[in-house]
Design a protein around this ligand. Structure first.
Ligand code: KG4
Ligand code: ZN
Length: 349
């Protein structure tokens, strides 16, 4: 069984074909980074227009790469939210048009569920598992019990971790997108030169806060001679910032492991997903944390941690197999928390 996935919720236009034996037949991601770079962030209107300009040819290329025709495809999955609504509408409406024209089932995929299920595509992991989802828009710890079945343990009270990376990169003038730029600068830096806070660390619970950390970076820059960071200052601050984020993620994850252990004694895995999971230091620290608590650690390859359509196709495939398909009237949603998903096997949402 092969499913076509479409992803347009942010600044990547992506299409992929994935089979139920976990084979990715084709996976194309078209980044809009150059279009947004002058603005140091994603401009929703530019993103939506760019998705519209590229999506149909991208889907044709995806089919061509995999040497697939429409008759080989069992369903069309598209991100229906959460995300920038203009872009989500482009992808979802395209999926609806194909589903209608080809008489194929439509699966409206929650972008967060797609990140959450990626480790089942890449590593075939079984439910339940503990998930740290860290991306540009989201930062949460939850138990994943099944398709559409999530138990939240904590989330951010202000910025997401990826957002903190992006804002810190802007403060340090490291360029855009921020996460990879901070990681590259941190490799040249000394994390011990600046003493940054670890917000929430040591407190009970599994919530995060990153806005204070970003403010601490701003104050550290203001205290430098001339009030700006030179290349060495920026590298040292990037290293200190990245280490602080990694420490906080590990601290909060330790508390979540205790809760997961109590709720699911049979669970054996910690999974990390989302764009920030592409960061090598964060992966290392989380792997150590998992090992200290006797859990296996799984991080999908970086290219499947950042936004892509293979994860959307896979989530669609799992839903299709469970009988969870959607009508052509399904709405695009700017907000769509995981807790709002339905799961009943065999039921239609
Ligand atoms: O999952 P994703 O591609 O899009 C969202 O759903 O948000 O995540 C993008 C976020 C951005 O904030 C980006 O700066 C961050 O992931 N990111 C990273 C790295 N690569 C991407 N953060 C830290 N280190 C990286 N290497
Ligand atoms: Zn994402």
């Amino acid at each position: 069984m092969i499913v076509l996935g479409i992803e347009t919720s942010c600044d990547e236009t992506a299409a992929a074909l994935v089979a139920d034996d976990r084979h990715v037949l084709s996976n194309i991601v078209l980044s809009q980074i150059e279009e947004h770079r002058p603005y140091l962030g994603v401009v929703p209107e530019i993103a939506a227009r760019s998705h519209l300009d590229h999506l149909d040819r991208l889907i044709a290329r995806t089919l061509g790469d995999a040497r697939c025709g429409w008759n080989d495809i069992a369903g069309i999955a598209a991100t229906a939210g959460p995300g920038l609504i203009g872009g989500v509408l482009v992808g979802l409406t395209t999926a609806k048009a194909i589903a209608l024209a080809r008489n194929l089932p439509l699966i409206a995929v929650n972008h967060l569920e797609a990140h959450a299920l990626t480790a089942r595509l890449t590593d075939g992991v079984d439910f339940p598992y503990l998930l740290l989802l860290v991306s540009g828009g989201h930062c949460q710890l939850l138990a994943v019990e099944g398709v559409g079945r999530f138990r939240p343990y904590g989330g951010t009270v202000d910025d997401a971790a990826g957002e903190a990376f992006d804002k810190t990169a802007a403060l340090l003038r490291l360029g855009y997108p921020g996460g990879p730029a901070v990681e590259a600068a941190a490799q040249r830096g000394d994390p011990a030169r600046f003493d940054l806070p670890r917000p929430m660390a040591g407190r009970p619970g599994c919530d995060f806060s990153f806005s204070g950390l970003k403010t601490a970076v701003r104050h550290a820059v203001a205290a430098l001679p001339g009030g700006t960071a030179g290349a060495d200052d920026a590298a040292d601050l990037a290293a200190a910032f990245q280490e602080a984020v990694a420490d906080v993620l590990a601290d909060r994850t330790r508390n979540a492991i205790s809760r997961f252990r109590a709720d699911f004694p049979a669970g054996t895995r910690l999974i990390v997903a989302g764009g920030v999971a592409a960061n090598a230091q964060i992966r290392r620290v989380l792997a150590d944390t998992a090992a200290q608590h006797g859990l296996d650690f799984v991080a999908p390859p970086a290219a499947l941690c950042t936004d892509n359509a293979a994860m959307v196709a896979w989530a669609g495939l799992e839903r299709l197999q469970a009988g969870l398909i959607d009508g052509l009237d399904v709405a695009a949603r700017p907000r769509w928390p995981l807790a709002a998903l339905t799961a009943a096997p065999g039921a239609t949402r």
